[in-house]
Design a protein around this ligand. Structure first.
Ligand SMILES: CC(C)(COP(=O)(O)OP(=O)(O)OC[C@H]1O[C@@H](n2cnc3c(N)ncnc32)[C@H](O)[C@@H]1OP(=O)(O)O)[C@@H](O)C(=O)NCCC(=O)NCCS
Length: 322
């Protein structure tokens, strides 16, 4: 049976690392408030020469290196972002050009903070159907460019960055196969107005700024994330006890704690990077995955669950054996 196996990961962060105290110099907030309500201590903010495309390219190069491949081995790039370099062309094609790949399939996926999970399912389906064999799946964002820096209820929560993985086809009949074992995605557009950007090419002709009703998003996030993880595991006859690591979307430490409690999952099994990166939307899951693989926490053979929820709402989970 053909499966999509994780061959390598990479990450990229903007040079400029901003602490809560630095933020409090320009916004009416405090380190205490941000840490207590969110667990966030730092975020990276892109400078003018750093874009979603440049960060994605850097993360992609590292993932390709880690996989022991060269860029021209890649035959598909799926890039998840809500902050593309331009309305079009797709940022995936800019990454393709920067990597020097003359011909492959390259496109963007827009599902906001769940974008990486959506991109993983798309790449996995294309691999298992035999259409592609060596794929780059990227989450990359520069949310700092769509934040309202006058709105303290949102601007303290987000950061910029990119994460990338190489998923490649492997034919295996092993009893405990490696690779993506299951993906589950959902969307419920009735909640568009709880987390959105108030502009766009077809409405205002502007880029717009992020708007959020934080408390309501929080409530939905805990319920949806616990449910979708259970759903993905149940389809494999697994439970939370079988899981070695959860790599969640890094929106808020309190959401991570509440979701782990709902699943009866030890907090020791949850990878947390929100303190260092804040919410990097589609980049947050691959950034956290790369962190935990490179620091040795996640080891070959571990059963890992990825999960995310974002604007739309959209949410999803993926189960993989590393
Ligand atoms: C945004 C969030 C941290 C706010 O926490 P909360 O406990 O719900 O706080 P509230 O919005 O009720 O605000 C409480 C108070 O803090 C104030 N406040 C809001 N932002 C503040 C800030 N950055 N600094 C200081 N005070 C702030 C509010 O004005 C309010 O003051 P008031 O009581 O005098 O009116 C929380 O709702 C959250 O994390 N939601 C989920 C957001 C998320 O993860 N979104 C992305 C999903 S992809």
């Amino acid at each position: 049976m053909i499966r999509s196996v994780l061959k390598g990961t990479g990450a990229a962060l903007p040079r400029n690392r901003v602490s809560n105290a630095q933020l409090a110099e320009r916004v009416d907030t405090s380190d205490e408030w941000i840490v207590e309500r969110t667990g966030i201590r730092f975020r990276h903010i892109a400078e003018s020469d750093e874009t979603t495309g440049t960060l994605a390219t850097e993360a992609a190069r590292k993932a390709i290196d880690a996989a022991g491949l060269v860029a021209t081995d890649i035959d598909l790039i799926v890039l998840a972002t809500a902050t593309p370099d331009q309305t079009f062309p797709a940022t995936a094609t800019k990454v393709q050009a920067a990597l020097g790949i003359d011909d492959c399939v390259a496109f963007d996926v827009a599902a906001v903070c769940s974008g990486f999970l959506y991109a993983v399912q798309v790449a996995d389906a294309m691999i298992r159907s035999g259409v592609h064999t060596r794929t780059l799946v990227i989450g990359s964002e520069t949310f700092s460019r769509i934040l309202d820096w006058e709105d303290r209820t949102t601007c303290v929560l987000f950061g910029d960055g990119a994460g990338a993985i190489v998923l490649a086809a492997e034919d295996s009949d092993a009893e405990q196969p490696r690779g993506i074992l299951a993906t589950k995605l959902h969307a419920d557009g009735r909640h568009n107005d709880l987390l959105y950007v108030d502009g766009g090419p077809s409405t205002t002709g502007t880029v717009g700024k992020l708007r959020m009703k934080g408390r309501e998003v929080f409530r939905h996030a805990v319920v949806n994330l616990a449910a979708v993880m259970n759903e993905a595991l149940a389809g494999l006859d697994l439970t939370a006890d079988d899981v070695d690591w959860v790599v969640p979307h890094q929106a808020n430490a309190r959401i991570l704690d509440a979701t782990a409690r709902k699943l009866n999952l030890s907090p020791d099994k949850v990878v947390v990077t929100v303190d260092q990166h804040a919410n990097t939307s589609a980049a947050s899951v691959p950034l956290a995955l790369d962190t935990a693989i490179r620091d040795g926490r996640i080891k070959p053979g571990d059963l890992v669950v990825l999960e995310a929820m974002g604007g739309g709402f959209t949410w999803g989970a993926a189960v993989l054996r590393v």
